[in-house]
Design a protein around this ligand. Sequence first.
Ligand code: ATP
Length: 367
Amino acid sequence: MKIVLKNLTKIFPSRNKKAGEEVIAVNNFDFTIPDGKLIGLLGPSGCGKSTTLYMISGLQKPTSGQIFFGDDDVTELSTENRGIGLVFQNYALYPHLTVKQNILFPLQNLRGEDKMTKQQMLERAYEAAKLVQIEELMDRKPSELSGGQQQRVAIARALVKMPRVLLLDEPLSNLDARLRLQTREEIRRIQKETKITTVFVTHDQEEAMSISDMIVVMKLGVVQQIGKPQEVYDSPENLFVAKFLGTPPINVFEGEIKSGKLYIGEAAVLETPGIDDQPVHVGIRPEGFILDDNGPLKCKLNNVEVMGRDVSIVSTHTASQNPQVRSIIDADNKIDPDTEEVRFALKPHKTFIFNKDTEERIFIEEK
Ligand code: ATP
């Protein structure tokens, strides 16, 4: 089931009519979520990702714009009638009911032609439980489960009505690091098995990158970029997206284009034919540095951290916007930790330049 968002906008009126300003939580979101895919809605706190999800679910009404599930306009449809499964950050299970009763709950409320027999309901509940691998826990109460198990119950409860669309709002936030990893893989597996079109909201870029078919990066209600995770990482369209994706984060320098060359400080670090002279922001991914005794970019070495396969070189440069420059190179490279200066050449496809004012990407021509 594809989901079409057409010029979707949500404006919250100001609470204090005199002083306050209205909040444009989501601004003109226009996108078709392809059938059967998992989409990660990503961005910092307050960027409008939850509001987008709530509009898709029907919990909030758009100020303007439309939502279609397939060809059906669902904009005015209530949450119950949209055929969605919803999972929130806090699992919100009924504490006095067993796992089985929790999963059965949505089915017991079905009316009319959707009404099911007890046997049918039990079969469905066990199918959903099997999918999330909690069949053995059906007679326990939520308090007798781990956080990860509770979240699986919540997912089973969302799946039991065989929703057309699955909506997940920060479903892993309450889990510890190991469980987060395990549960996110589970969600991916379940989504692939069921092929339900899924929207997953998170502020954690690594989480979104690892499980999504496509990511949508948002800032202040405005979509910044949509694409496959690797494509967005490899080719950010603006400085915000470049900074938001990647751990360790991208290194940003003050730079200048002069006579077809990119300068950082006094050093010409890359050829940039065809780009007008101007000041720019330069983003260099940590893996974009090549250790080179004759390299143009000279940094002051602070520290060398060996991380097994890789070495992380921590240095400083006066033109760096980050307090430290972090580069990651292969551990085969030998570097003397007592040396004061470290020199780098740059990988052109890992180096991005952005307009100083608009922060939009300026594409460097491939030679
Ligand atoms: P978080 O990760 O913190 O949940 P988010 O990206 O999901 O953030 P939203 O919850 O969608 O962001 O909020 C987007 C903007 O809309 C924020 O500025 C928020 O303060 C505002 N907002 C959200 N809900 C309301 C509301 N009911 N009334 C007024 N403003 C709201």
